[in-house]
Structure formats: structure tokens, C-alpha cells
Design a protein around this ligand. Structure first.
Ligand SMILES: Nc1ncnc2c1ncn2[C@@H]1O[C@H](COP(=O)(O)OP(=O)(O)OP(=O)(O)O)[C@@H](O)[C@H]1O
Length: 242
């Protein structure tokens, strides 16, 4: 049984079909990349999976449960965690508090164990030195790492990443890629990552890639195969990446 299953999911905004009858499966512990130009429907797809929007048609099944019409806060405890392109931390709270919130509300921990869990996650993403800083004082990159730590503290079965590595230097990217590899292998967390730029990161990260175009799935398959497909190179990536 796949961990996540989308069955002919459609979302319209007025006359515009932002996501057009997408079917998709993600297995436990899998690394899936979602690629596509601006406006191809990637964010809307994430919003449907995380419950920000409900589909006009189709069904979404997570871990055997129909979550099509479940609000976001009821999806998190089931094991669905998401990061945002523009993180929205609780600004006046400290970094450790922000991450502990994930462990409390996502994984149902009490305050003490949530704080312990949060410390571990901060170390894992490499920002333990920022523990007691107010979240609003972090750089955009540090905020994204904090958000990743918070998502991990929720002990998800699936992590939806929104351009989490954008703007990072190569050594930070490698560190995050190593981390994602580890949580996939050790904790069987499925990681879905949306990528617009950073094609080299996706070749290292993803086992499988879905290319979106005008709300539809243009092509799906093994990463190397998809990214070396002539149509994908010419029309959607602009240059050879693998
Ligand atoms: N809330 C909304 N209301 C109306 N139209 C929307 C809304 N959200 C997205 N759209 C439209 O749906 C289409 C898909 O947008 P979406 O943001 O999902 O694409 P994307 O691939 O994530 O692009 P980007 O990388 O620019 O975010 C676009 O034409 C967009 O203008």
C-alpha cells in the first residue's frame, strides 16, 4: 500500500484548472522530486496534500485513510509535515520553542520531552548554536533550517519540502541532503521536494521525479531518465542537467 495516493485530483480557481486530474503515489521512505516551471501547479498540489485547499474532484488517501476533506491540523498528527518557501515562525518565541511546538502538536509530546526532542533536531539540522535566539532575528536561511527542524520534530511519515535548499551554499545543501537520506533510511520518512532551480540537488536527492506542466503530470519516472528526456530538457529545464 502506498503511503500517499492521489486519485484524479483536480483543483480549479474560477476558470483556471491549477491541478488537472493528477494521480500520484508515494511509497514509505521514498524520495520524490516535483519539478515544473512557475505556475505549473506545484504549490497548489502541495496545498491539496497538506489540506490548505480541498480538491474539486478526486480523492487523497494517506496511510490508508481518506484525508480529502481533512483540515491541515488534523493531517499533521497523521504524519504529514510541510515546510513553506517563506517560513512563518512564531517570531517572538525562541528557536528552541518554535521547534518544540512541532514536537508538542505534531507528535503529542509533553513540554519536557518536546524540548529534548527539539534540541536533538536543532543539532541534526546544524543550528543548535541558535537555540535561544528569537526566531524573528534569524536570517531567511536559518529560518528555513528551523522550519525543517520543526517539521522533523513532528515525527512525520512524510515530509513535504518547499524549495528548502534554495539559496544555500553547496556545503549546506550537502548537509541537508545527507540528513534527508538518513531520515529516509533510518526512519522510513518519505520526502517529497519541490524544486525549481537546484537541479543538481534533485539528481542527488530524488529517486523519482514528476514533471508538472499546466496543472498536469507531463512525465514521471526515474530521475535520470526524466531529467535527460529531450522534451523536459528543451521546454522545461532550458538546459541539460544530468
Ligand atoms: N489562490 C489562487 N487563486 C487563483 N489562482 C491561483 C491561486 N493559486 C494558484 N493559482 C493559479 O494556479 C496556477 C498554478 O499555480 P501554482 O502556484 O500552483 O504553481 P507553481 O508551479 O507552484 O508556481 P510557482 O512556482 O510560481 O509557485 C497558476 O496559474 C496560478 O496563478
Amino acid at each position: 500500500m502506498p503511503l500517499l495516493k492521489l486519485e484524479n485530483v483536480t483543483k480549479r480557481f474560477g476558470g483556471l484548472v491549477a491541478v488537472d486530474s493528477i494521480s500520484l503515489e508515494v511509497e514509505e521512505g521514498e524520495a520524490l522530486g516535483i519539478v515544473g516551471p512557475n505556475g505549473s501547479g506545484k504549490t497548489t498540489l502541495y496545498n491539496l496534500i497538506s489540506g490548505v485547499y480541498y480538491p474539486d474532484e478526486g480523492r487523497i488517501i494517506f496511510n490508508g485513510e481518506d484525508i480529502t476533506k481533512l483540515p491541515p491540523h488534523r493531517r499533521t498528527p497523521l504524519g504529514l509535515a510541510r515546510t513553506f518557501q517563506i517560513p512563518r515562525p512564531f517570531g517572538s518565541a525562541t528557536v528552541i520553542e518554535n521547534v518544540a511546538i512541532g514536537a508538542m502538536f505534531g507528535a503529542g509530546r509533553d513540554v519536557d520531552s518536546a524540548l529534548r526532542e527539539a534540541d536533538e533536531m536543532l543539532e541534526l539540522v546544524g543550528i543548535d548554536h541558535l537555540r535561544d535566539k528569537e526566531a524573528k532575528l534569524l536570517t531567511p536561511l536559518e529560518k528555513r533550517l528551523m522550519e525543517l527542524a520543526r517539521a522533523l520534530a513532528m515525527k512525520p511519515k512524510m515530509l513535504l519540502l518547499d524549495e528548502v535548499m534554495a539559496g544555500m551554499n553547496p556545503s549546506d545543501i550537502n548537509r541537508i541532503l545527507d540528513l534527508l537520506d538518513r531520515i529516509r533510511k533510518e526512519e522510513k520518512v518519505a520526502v517529497v521536494s519541490m524544486v525549481e532551480h537546484l537541479m543538481h540537488a534533485i539528481t542527488r536527492f530524488a529517486e523519482r521525479v514528476v514533471v508538472m506542466h499546466q496543472g498536469k503530470k507531463l512525465i514521471e519516472g526515474e530521475t535520470y531518465e526524466v531529467l535527460s528526456h529531450p522534451e523536459v530538457i528543451e521546454v522545461y529545464l532550458g538546459k541539460k542537467v544530468v
